[in-house]
Design a protein around this ligand. Structure first.
Ligand SMILES: [Zn+2]
Length: 72
């Protein structure tokens, strides 16, 4: 039996900035934001911390996808 890790983000979740697959889900008081790995790195960390009460970071999936030959 293969141990499959459960992810809350799916291929249907898209980055708000560029439409690429989202790997970071930021839940804030005024709404939610989706980021790809690239745009999460570019985002203003301080603003994000002020806005967010929960940040779901699933960027380790990027490594998984690369090993599958998926284009990021
Ligand atoms: Zn993006």
């Amino acid at each position: 039996m293969v141990d499959v890790k459960e992810w809350s983000l799916t291929g249907l979740d898209r980055c708000d900035s560029c439409g690429a697959q989202a790997y970071v889900h930021v839940k804030g008081i005024a709404g939610e934001l989706m980021f790809c790995g690239h745009h999460f790195n570019e985002a203003d960390g301080e603003k994000l911390q002020a806005f967010a009460f929960e940040i779901i970071d699933e960027r380790e999936r990027l490594i998984e996808n690369k090993s599958q030959g998926d284009d990021y």
